[in-house]
Write a protein that binds this ligand. Sequence first.
Ligand SMILES: C[S@@+](CC[C@H](N)C(=O)[O-])C[C@H]1O[C@@H](n2cnc3c(N)ncnc32)[C@H](O)[C@@H]1O
Length: 316
Amino acid sequence: MTIDKEIGFDKILNALKAVGEETRLRILALFQTGELTVTELVTILRQSQPRVSRHLRLLCEAGLLERYREGTWIFYRLAEVGPEGDLARSIMKFIPFSEQILQHDAERLAEIKQERQGKASRYFSENAENWDKIRSLYVSENDVENILLNVTSDMKINDFLDVGTGTGRILEVFANRIGRGTGIDLSREMLAIARVNLEKQNLHHCQVRQGDMYDLALANGSMDLILIHQVLHFADDPSSALRETSRLLRKDGRVIVVDFAPHTLEYLRDEQAHRRLGFKDEEVNMWLENVGLQTKPVIHLKGTKIDLSIWVAHKV
Ligand SMILES: C[S@@+](CC[C@H](N)C(=O)[O-])C[C@H]1O[C@@H](n2cnc3c(N)ncnc32)[C@H](O)[C@@H]1O
């Protein structure tokens, strides 16, 4: 690994001291993928909240982890930029994940992720029928769809992928602009509705199938345009989902992320299984750039309760 910037003597000493303790090394190992809240870490490590918080504070002070508050939840993740972030990722390479204690932690983390996924899946299986109505609650769908068509009007789109396609609406919107369309979703219930919708409109060049946005069984460089419409706020690891997306893009291919701008409607976590309360422009742009994509200025749309942002990036 190449370290872009030199890290100062005190900083490296602090960082190494911070991970030079069993629990903190275990904590670092848990951040191999994704973001975690203190509550989740307390459940995994089976230690008191004050102890876990203290360890997290030391890892943040050393620059290895980043912390951010969103409503009443506080998220932690591996530092994304800077030499400390590089150092954290380098240390990660040497962590013996086969060690029993780390395996136990990984198993508990998997259980937590499964529970979380179960909550979102239940929400979508219970609300598949109503999803088209729920989707239109926040921002005018027409406006969003017109923007999506506008920002891609210069493209020849042979292969189109809609990640987290739900009821397949985005496939319908792009249907007469594309050669072939594929929609991927985890929820069988949503996909069943998408199939009916596509069939009704005779969109035989579009198909949907079950799949996970973190591990899409599609070939490298096989897509011209990828849409991720209202999906990332359910993700526990949005940056990995974007890495997978970037892998699939052809040169000059484009990815468009549509999601909420930061908001304070915390009840959406309970009622609609949201994990994140929207995203800042620079957060999603950083993830896109980190996976080798070139970003364009973010487009904003005013909503009734929540504003929407549209991130566009292309593969150079
Ligand atoms: C809010 S809906 C959006 C559906 C559609 N994109 C739209 O805008 O109407 C989010 C969709 O993402 C799907 N989803 C969530 N996590 C996923 C994952 N890991 N892989 C694939 N789909 C996922 C859900 O099943 C759900 O259908």
